[in-house]
Design a protein around this ligand. Sequence first.
Ligand SMILES: Cc1cc2nc3c(=O)[nH]c(=O)nc-3n(C[C@H](O)[C@H](O)[C@H](O)COP(=O)(O)O)c2cc1C
Length: 335
Amino acid sequence: MNPLISILIENIKLPFRYLKLALVVTDYFYDFLRYFNYSKTIETRKSKEINIAKILELCHSIEKGLVLKNTKIGFGQSKINRLINLLEKHIYQYGFDYYSHLALKVLSDYIEFNRTNNLEVDFFQKNLERLNSLDSGKKYIDFYRGAVLTINRCEIMNSLNKSFPDLVKSRHSIRDFCHKDVDIEKINNAISLAQRTPSSCNRQSARVHVFKEKTDKLKLLELQRGASGFAEEIPLLLVVTTDLSCWDNRNERNQGFIDGGMFSMSLIYALHSYGLATCPLNLAFEKERDISFRVAAKIPDSESLIVMIATGEIPESFKVAQSQRRRLEEIIFFH
Ligand SMILES: Cc1cc2nc3c(=O)[nH]c(=O)nc-3n(C[C@H](O)[C@H](O)[C@H](O)COP(=O)(O)O)c2cc1C
């Protein structure tokens, strides 16, 4: 075709492309409505699912407090009070279930830690006993191994050359690292392995930004806010992003998060397979923090943030949060 004609056709098409893309606003509004209707943002909304998510979240933040190297005595009392109130209502409304049992076990470990450190725990203990007495069925006895698991480096290393299930089961979010520089060769190898991740039409939108300098890391971690108590310890930070240039049209508006998320999980397993400790750190920001983080990290505007991964050599012995999983039958739906 004559190049002039093809330029003309291209230019005629252009306004239609803009119009098509402008309709993405309706898609974002659709996303917004679904988020508004079903997320737990609106405090007055009540459902069993919302309760369970809140219980899991509170339990996890208590477990996380218990695994830190310098756990503060009496930390998180307002969260404990929230958990007690929530449990009371949950048990009253839905009966004593797996999650009530889990939460009371976490509460019990919290009380034990504080009692051992000579903190007055009578109020929490009374509530624990009262809530435990509501467990009439006593069905959930064996599943819980404690809020905190202590693991040795050699247990992890021994699992690495075994089967995939062994590798998966030996991975934990580790919030404690060796004070040793990370071998960058391992990072390159892990990223290269993560490149084997499938991606939509093989567009491979994931990018990894690596931060080694202490001041850079602390600046990013301060903005991130999810690593208090172990931020200073982190030897290396990886920020995974998705390049928006790879995506097209209305339907792919969220595709980068899938691509980037899948890549990130592969990267976490790859780092683990090279014997490195990892902890994913969310980059779920409101607009203002997203911009501040992007500026601080010098990440191009064309990339969207996926997740940050703290990594470093595994210490000889360390504690991890139990992070009890939901029951299989609750998450599988055969159609
Ligand atoms: C997207 C994402 C964001 C996370 N953000 C944080 C965080 O900010 N701080 C933290 O300590 N852990 C964070 N985690 C780790 C989770 O708490 C952890 O994966 C979960 O409790 C399951 O435990 P496990 O990784 O040990 O199996 C994050 C995990 C994911 C997947």
